[in-house]
Design a binder for this molecule. Structure first.
Ligand SMILES: Cc1cc2nc3c(=O)[nH]c(=O)nc-3n(C[C@H](O)[C@H](O)[C@H](O)COP(=O)(O)O)c2cc1C
Length: 168
């Protein structure tokens, strides 16, 4: 199964750590949203989209990437994030999930965990979620990725020398 992870992680590199753990589990390619190319997307069987949460949403570069993305009807997808308050992931993930569904992707799951934040008031009190994500968060991200492998339908690839129309 060919997997791609498209991410943005500018505040403390928190989401990049989570993306890396998932990429290890999925043997996935990893690319920043600003470097990702639309032309290569159709070759993937599963695509993950993640960033930190900033003012209640995923990073604008990720949202813009998805907004301009071609339709990928039926492609399995997942969402992830790190946040000061991942308890609200249903709220934080809503906008990106809606955009992905509009592009025809099929949502297979989502994941969020705590990430160090020194933004605004969090910074005034010396930061929240110090040391996060930690080893436990990375392990949970890997377990989440493993559940995706089990749930996503296996791609039907044609054996070498056989055209896709001949594959069973
Ligand atoms: C400008 C800014 C706004 C943020 N807004 C939120 C927010 O609305 N909700 C939340 O839970 N965390 C918020 N955070 C905390 C980040 O989501 C958190 O630190 C995240 O782990 C950053 O990920 P990154 O290091 O990958 O960029 C904000 C952080 C910044 C810098």
């Amino acid at each position: 199964m060919k997997c791609l992870i498209v991410y943005e992680s500018y505040h403390h590199g928190n989401t990049k750590q989570i993306a890396g753990a998932m990429a290890e589990e999925l043997h996935a390619d990893m690319v920043k949203a600003t470097d990702a190319e639309y032309a290569s997307l159709a070759g993937y069987d599963l695509i993950g989209f993640g960033s930190g949460i900033y003012a209640g949403r995923h990073h604008v570069s990720l949202l813009n990437f998805v907004r301009r993305m071609p339709h990928l009807d039926g492609t399995p997808a997942f969402i992830f994030s790190t946040a000061a308050f991942p308890e609200f992931k249903a709220v934080w993930h809503r906008s990106l999930a809606r955009k992905l569904r509009r592009k025809g992707l099929v949502m297979c799951g989502d994941f969020s965990c705590k990430g160090l934040s020194t933004d605004g008031l969090c910074g005034v009190i010396g930061g929240v979620n110090k040391g996060r994500p930690d080893a436990g968060d990375l392990a949970r991200a890997k377990r989440f990725a493993a559940t995706l492998v089990a749930s996503v339908p296996k791609p039907q690839r044609a054996p070498a020398g056989e055209s896709p129309a001949q594959a069973h």
